[in-house]
Design a protein around this ligand. Structure first.
Ligand SMILES: [Zn+2]
Length: 234
C-alpha cells in the first residue's frame, strides 16, 4: 500500500476486545498515518465478563462502553455493534446479511478479521466457537456476496451499492505473510486493552504476554515488535 494513499479499514471481531488483542497497535499506526478505521463487533460479549452481579443488559452496555473507549484510544472513527448473543453465534443467512450490509455501507478498501484458516484447535480461547463462526461469516460475506448485486438486492438503494473490497488482513493468524512494525504503537495497544476492565484479573501479567507475542512476531522480520497478518488480495 502506498503510504500517501488514504484508505478505509473495517475491522470485524466476534467479541469486544478480540480485535484489540489481534490488531490494535496496527490500527493505532493506521489512524496515525491518516487512514480511517471502523470497528464492527458481532456479539455482545455479555458472557465473557467477571462482574457476575451485573444483569445481562448492564453487561452488554459495559462491554460496549469499554470497546468504544478502546477504539478511541487508537483513533478509531466509529464502532458498530451487531448485538448477536455471545456464545450462540450461528452462520446463518440472516447474520451474513447484517455483515454484508455493514460492508456495503462502510465501503472499506481493506477488511481485517479473525482467520478462517486457523484450524489447529490447540487453544480453547483462540478456537472459541464465536471466533470460528465470525471468521467464516466475514469470509463468505466478502466474496462473492458483498460485491454482487445478485446477493441481497433488497439491501441496495441509491446510497448503498454492492461493494468489492481490495484485500483482507486476517489477524491472530497461524500463517502470517504481512508483518506490521508496531514498535511505536504497542503502548497504545496496551492502553486500548486496559479499557476492557471487566475482562482482566491480572492485567500486568496479560500485558507481559502481549509484549512477548509482539517480540516473537517481530523477530521473524527483524522488528522489535510486530503484529502478523495473513493477507489475501483480490
Ligand atoms: Zn473473543
Amino acid at each position: 500500500m502506498n503510504k500517501k494513499e488514504k484508505k478505509k479499514f473495517l475491522v470485524f471481531s466476534a467479541h469486544p476486545d478480540d480485535l484489540d488483542f489481534g490488531c490494535a497497535a496496527t490500527v493505532a499506526k493506521l489512524t496515525h498515518e491518516g487512514h480511517e478505521v471502523v470497528y464492527c463487533v458481532i456479539t455482545n460479549g455479555e458472557k465473557g465478563i467477571h462482574k457476575i452481579n451485573h444483569t445481562k443488559q448492564q453487561m452488554v452496555k459495559l462491554r460496549e462502553k469499554e470497546q468504544c473507549a478502546a477504539g478511541a484510544a487508537v483513533g478509531v472513527h466509529e464502532v458498530l455493534f451487531l448485538r448477536q448473543t455471545d456464545g450462540n453465534l450461528e452462520h446463518t443467512s440472516e447474520v451474513r446479511k447484517k455483515v454484508i450490509r455493514v460492508i456495503r455501507e462502510v465501503k472499506p478498501h481493506v477488511i481485517l478479521s479473525q482467520d478462517p484458516g486457523n484450524q489447529r484447535f490447540d487453544s480453547f480461547y483462540r478456537f472459541h466457537r464465536d471466533h470460528r463462526i465470525t471468521a467464516e461469516i466475514v469470509f463468505d460475506a466478502i466474496y462473492p456476496a458483498a460485491g454482487s448485486k445478485a446477493f441481497f438486492p433488497e439491501l441496495i438503494s441509491e446510497k448503498v451499492h454492492p461493494h468489492q473490497i481490495e484485500e483482507v488482513w486476517f489477524y491472530g493468524t497461524d500463517h502470517p505473510n504481512l508483518f506490521v512494525n508496531i514498535t511505536n504503537t504497542i503502548e497504545k495497544k496496551i492502553e486500548a486493552l486496559r479499557c476492557h476492565d471487566s475482562q482482566f484479573h491480572d492485567f500486568d501479567n496479560m500485558a507481559k504476554h502481549v509484549y512477548q507475542n509482539a517480540r516473537t512476531q517481530g523477530k521473524k522480520k527483524k522488528m522489535t515488535h510486530a503484529e502478523g497478518f495473513r493477507r489475501l488480495t483480490f
